[in-house]
Design a protein around this ligand. Structure first.
Ligand code: PLP
Length: 398
């Protein structure tokens, strides 16, 4: 059986002096003993030679290899940010007059890139309710090149049926690109048929909110295409991760399995309690989540349903008051992003999804009173719940 955490555990990288961590490559350029081997490297004919660190560096290759193991893909390429991974992938896969079908509930920056940026280059976009498989089918056109989705969507936590969507993609020769940022280890999209898997490493994988980073995982052919010196989006657009950062992300990644289990356990506990006391709660691990069974059919159960949940407290004013009080009492931080040891909360309509116009937010069910939580690694989650409940009571939400 494929177990992503075990594959990471089995990796063995040593430093050049026998160090237990790989040495950090502190160079942007590399020497060649002969001019001929430099030319061959440029042409892509020399394995194991480094040319210039925008293309690849030893440190970036170590982290890329670990992420390819995590996602069970042939290869991977790390980038300077999640957006660097998303934009390079889509620009590599689509040219003028091509068409993308994208989930309408995705990270606001990705939404803005698809809606406002790509059309400038003649790429057409249709947004869709990603849980509506029939609708996806009806939107497919002869020039459709990509179906783009998030495993668990930001911020509504809709769950995409990756096997069913991949089947549709394969039948029409359309690439299925999955942003798996919310569910590393829990879901392995490539095992379910996805062609390309993306992460914002900024979130769970790094887990310490001290850097931005991204990765594209896919076939060796696609990753080589991205790095091609003549027409590769990663090589030419330049979203290169710094070697020091990739070395530190690789070290943090070694505890990802422990962190994901704890995030998921804590989030499930809170979601169940919120639900019991009558707070409108969305969490894929709750039986009342419309795609609970879909998630269960896809997940690596030991890592649970992830650390993200939302509650609806009725209005933006109440949401803001609740978040400010929770921060005052050190329950967590009023901050965007996710995957930190501390609980983070924000109102997505006015923050991470503010790029989505108000009428579209309404249509997709993104209400004003929604609070998105990235549940932390709290050791005493029962106490956390009591503290959260006190805040809700004091502000008359309960
Ligand atoms: N994908 C998802 C699901 C995100 O939530 C984000 C950022 O919030 C991104 C991609 C973009 O990643 P980055 O901020 O690392 O560029």
């Amino acid at each position: 059986m494929f177990k992503p955490a075990d594959k990471i555990q089995d990796l063995q990288f040593f430093g050049e002096f026998g160090g237990v961590n790989p040495s950090i490559s502190d160079s942007s350029t590399y020497t060649f003993l002969s001019a001929k081997s430099m030319f061959d490297t440029f042409e892509g004919n020399t394995d194991g030679c480094y040319l210039y660190s925008r293309h690849s560096s030893p440190s970036n290759l170590y982290l890329s290899a670990a992420l390819a193991q995590l996602e069970n893909t042939e290869a991977a390429n790390v980038t300077a940010s999640g957006m660097g991974a998303i934009t390079a992938t889509l620009m590599q896969l689509c040219k003028q007059n091509d068409h993308i079908i994208a989930s309408r509930t995705i990270y606001g920056g990705t939404y803005a890139f698809l809606k406002n940026f790509l059309p400038q280059f003649g790429v057409q976009i249709d947004f869709v309710d990603i849980t509506d498989l029939n609708k996806i089918q009806t939107l497919i056109k002869p020039n459709t090149k990509v179906i783009y989705l998030e495993t668990v969507s930001n911020p509504l936590l809709e769950v995409a049926d990756i096997p069913a969507i991949s089947k549709i993609g394969k039948s029409k020769n359309i690439k299925v690109v999955v942003d798996n940022t919310f569910s590393p280890l829990s879901v392995t999209p490539a095992n379910l048929g996805a062609d390309v898997v993306i992460h914002s490493l900024t979130k769970y994988i790094n887990g310490s909110s001290d850097t931005v980073g991204g990765v594209v995982c896919g076939s060796s052919e696609f990753i080589n295409d991205l790095k091609n010196v003549n027409d590769g989006a990663c090589m030419l657009l330049g979203p290169t991760m710094d070697s020091f950062r990739s070395a530190s992300i690789l070290k943090n990644m070694r505890t990802l399995h422990l962190r994901m289990k704890q995030h998921s356990e804590n989030a499930l506990y809170l979601a169940e309690r919120f639900n019991e006391i009558g707070i409108k709660t969305v969490y894929p691990g709750l039986k009342n989540h419309p795609s609970h069974e879909v998630f269960k059919s896809m997940y690596n159960s030991e890592f649970g349903f992830g650390g993200m949940l939302t509650i609806d407290v009725g209005s933006l004013e109440k949401a803001n008051a609740v978040m400010e009080l929770m921060q005052e009492r050190n329950i967590g931080y009023l901050a965007v992003s996710l995957g930190f040891y501390k609980t983070l909360f924000s109102a997505p309509g006015t923050s991470t999804s503010s790029e989505i116009p108000a009428d579209e937010q309404k249509e997709m069910g993104l209400s004003d009173g929604l609070i998105r939580f990235s549940i932390g690694l709290d050791n005493d989650i029962k106490r956390t719940f009591e503290q959260m409940k006190d805040c809700l009571k004091e502000l008359n939400v309960l």
